[in-house]
Design a protein. Structure first.
Length: 257
């Protein structure tokens, strides 16, 4: 392969994230700070997890259950970290609202809160792509490519990039769903995110079977589409309700006046 192929793999994994950054995140310095902080946090979490599992790797077995345990513990750790991140964000939101009250400025709007959650989720997705994909792409810039026996239909670097893109999508929009679930105390949203995270992680176990990537990757993208649709439906509902509430408040104020 060539430099063009290596860049292509990187853009396949992070191209949509770059577009999202340019069109939305880069317009607000605060969102850039949230994105960078989130990326660093999730990278540190992945490094910690790799350090914990390092004495047991590589697993000298062809059985699937040790890998399932690895994925289960990793997902549990990251979902616990997500809850801590939400609590830290909630304290930050309260501080910003208090400051806005002191200077007679409006509090954070619903769209601001969603954008903050989106920036945090994008950081999670970028960290995943950097850790599991970009760190493996250095040989892709050379004159050849690489195939693995279990997935001989596609180059290894292409498989890594395609899987990374799916997880970037899942992590980015899962954060919006999770933060809404925590804020609204919605059990469905609170459970949706860890379940999708765990199922998506377990789907990668299909790569251990010969030709499994042909089945696992479409299923992984199915999970990404389900996450995207659920997030879109949630955002539309919240924005519609918020607009209706504002209209009712405005009408009531007009009647009083």
């Amino acid at each position: 392969m060539t430099v063009a192929a290596g860049i292509g793999y990187a853009l396949l994994a992070l191209g949509p994230s770059l577009s999202l950054f340019v069109t939305l995140i880069s317009t607000k310095p605060f969102l850039i700070l949230i994105l960078l902080s989130s990326t660093l946090l999730w990278l540190i979490s992945l490094i910690v997890l790799s350090g914990v599992w390092r004495p047991f790797l590589p697993l000298k077995t062809t059985a699937w259950w040790p890998y399932a345990i690895l994925i289960l513990t990793s997902v549990a750790f990251q979902e616990g970290l997500r809850i801590l991140l939400w609590r830290a964000y909630k304290r930050l939101e309260d501080m910003l609202d208090s400051f806005a009250d002191r200077v007679s400025k409006p509090r954070l709007y619903l769209t601001d809160k969603m954008q903050i959650a989106l920036a945090g989720g994008l950081g999670h997705g970028v960290a995943h792509a950097v850790f599991f994909c970009l760190s493996l792409l250095t040989p892709a810039f050379g004159p050849a490519t690489y195939y693995v026996e279990k997935c001989s239909q596609m180059p290894f670097f292409l498989v890594s990039s395609v899987i990374a893109l799916a997880f970037v999508t899942i992590h980015t929009f899962s954060m919006v769903i999770a933060f809404n679930g925590y804020a609204e105390h919605t059990k469905v949203d609170q459970l949706f995110v860890p379940i999708v995270h765990l199922v998506s992680g377990l789907l990668t176990l299909t790569n251990l079977v010969s030709g499994g990537c042909v089945i696992g990757i479409p299923l992984l993208y199915f999970m990404a589409i389900v996450t995207l649709l659920h997030c879109g439906k949630l955002v539309w509902r919240r924005l519609t309700e918020n607009q209706s509430r504002q209209s009712t408040t405005t009408s009531t104020s007009s009647l009083v006046l």
